[in-house]
Design a protein. Sequence first.
Length: 831
Amino acid sequence: SKSDSKQNVKKEEKISTCPTINIPVKRKQEIQDARLKLPILGEEQVVMETINENPVTIICGETGSGKTTQVPQFLYEAGYAHTNGIIGVTEPRRVAAISMSYRVATEMNLTNREVSYQIRYEGNVTEDTKIKFMTDGVLLKEVQKDFLLTKYSAVIIDEAHERSVYTDILIGLLSRIVPLRHKRGNPLKLIIMSATLRVEDFTENQVLFKTPPPVISVDSRQFPVTIHFNKRTPLDNYLNEAYKKVCKIHRMLPEGGILVFVTGQQEVHTLCKKLKQTFPVQSQSEKCGNTKRKKKGGAQKTKVENLPTINLDNYSVEPVDEEAEREGDVDSDLDLGDDGNLDDDDVNMISSDGESHQSCTEPLYVLPLYSLLSTEKQAKVFSPPPGGHRLCVVATNVAETSLTIPNIKYVVDTGKAKMKFYDKVTGVSTFKIVWTSKAAANQRAGRAGRMGPGHCYRLYSSAVFNDEFEQFSPPEITRRPVDDLVLQMKDMSIDKVINFPFPTPPDVEQVRAAEKLLISLGALTTPPKPVRFKDTKKDPVCRITPLGKAMANFPVSPHYAKMLALGHQHDLLPYVVAIVSALSVQELFIEFHTSTDETSEKSSFKEKIKFITQVKKLWAGKDHSLLLGDLMVLLKAVGAAEYQGCTPQFCDKHGIRYKAMKEVRKLRAQLTNSVNSVMPDTNLCVDPKLTPPTDLQAKLLRQIVLSGLSDHVARRYPDPPPDADEETKRKHAYQCTEIEEPVFIHPLSVLYKQKPEYIVYQYMQETSKIYMKGISAIEPEWLPVFASYHCTLSKPLDDPEPDYDEVKGQVMCHMTSTFSRCVWAVPAVRL
Ligand code: ADP
Ligand code: MG
């Protein structure tokens, strides 16, 4: 089959027109000398012949071998920017897009009118642009406007090994665009570049490329790097450990730059500050520490409407900037609670042992490096340190493959990385600090061997490395909940998600279930005929609705995104943000099993239950439990804890898990920031304090909760089913729309006693029975409005002659569920 593919390639070559002109580039001598040292320069001919002869080419090469800076220049010189379009290069990170455009312009002696960049909100692209660096999100937006990408003659997908969702989707799209462009006699060359040799997902995926694309691997010129493992792995204080290691290297080891890997912007600042204090450079006056703060006290300006109900057609608008992309989603630096203030924890991580105050050694030139750092500050790492001092760069994993910092001899690796995790229940994404992969750790070590033999200090033991580090980080697409992925892709106008050529595809059944959920939430259009997904051979095409577009802006599961999209009404947004954050943290209150004391005896277990029950009663209040419900109790707890300054004492006393409450606080800050960026007019306050909602607001909040969890409605059996056992009869079973079996309110719910007729629940948990948790009471007449997909109306709500129920004096409608057995007649009152 190999010779087959070769023939294919030959045939294609005859049709395709490769540029035949040579474009001269006048490089400075020192640049030319530096280029000649790069391994990829020796491969220029192979690279260009392969690209000319094949529609798709894969280039693998160790970081620093010259892929990003040189391959665009090869294409330029071969005339690719002068025939049928320009050269596009995508990067998963903003920092790389910007700095690479400047570097390539400098190397080629061209201006930024010709070699330009475009990132989320800024860029310097002109009509003269020949090479355009951009984030992958920017190119995705362009595909939506011009599917064939006619502007480009070649597209380079850089850092494909990172396997960000956007990169994967781009490669899938390009696998279709390339043959189409070929058919039209206006070929587009696709070049995929990777820092690792692990490219089977691209080469061995027949759905993606029928003919496996050729792979060029560039030999790396790497000096040996000696790896030093720690004997023990420090438990939590890796930042302090890194600090001590840098001090030691600087005091005791010969010259050579130090590169430290930590996990996020705040850690970078904390460590920089500490190192600058310890080894001051006289001229180092510039303060380290992000002082940018959100405006304080910006009261929400949302107008209160007269109608005391949630308007489903009134959702947040899209960002003003049409070009905007959710680049933050793939940016490892998007920090939790990124308000620029140092977390107490961060500061405490670096203890002030005696070492830190001996400022008697040589100065150390300390520089921060992370994605969101300004371009000028980023550029500093490339110039020689002033005064000939030793350079120490404290970086996030931006420095792992995207940027090569010159003259690094020592790498200090905490082994940690900030990873995005998605909660299966809530779909909310959070960042957690975890061990990085073996591949990434080796990349980090490699940074020390670019200029000469180097050393890498791993702040963890070799046992931890061998046993706990994954070989590679899994592609982001496999870690992302499918509901959210489908919504994001529909937002990119990719309507047939099931047929999409993913490098690593998600589960088809899950994609179908996700589409169905999104239809029910009103995020996708309803397909023409009623759909039974199971039976249909051809999947119907459902497109994103304006509500879905608003929802797609929020980094939470579609259930919660809908709440956020509707939440700006009646000044509810701060509450919705707090509720969604609280829901995203598993169990805010202490539970039976969350024993703080492992050795607790049975008696103390009993006491604990007593305590929990008391605490719950307290939170529910005397008469307000019905008005409140569990989600409102969450809100109340968050408000109260924040009012008290979120102290461990308050949390302990009131049955709140302190750790969970701190997590809620972080999530609130993260969500508030994303709300503010989606709706700049909202100017939501990052201040964690909350005043209690009014009774009207509390009612509207339950409507919002219902609209988001409309598939989680349950109704108490008017009478226990005839065949029910004694216990069921006694305990009041509920019928829900999701499953057939009877379900029950969890005993820890504040509504356990009241048992309202209609409720909406957050999720189900099966123990001895199937329990619903996170209960809110709802009014039945809200159902036709806020859960309309699940209701069949005999007549439309605004029908001038409604089906009037004389006895009850109400208009009737039916609530049907996935199971036809569950048909509820509910009064449809016009709201
Ligand atoms: P790769 O993409 O294969 O990792 P690059 O093309 O990014 O490699 O880097 C090639 C070389 O160019 C590296 O040795 C790096 O040090 C150098 N380089 C990149 N950017 C700059 C810059 N702004 N200033 C000086 N040298 C740079
Ligand atoms: Mg590169």
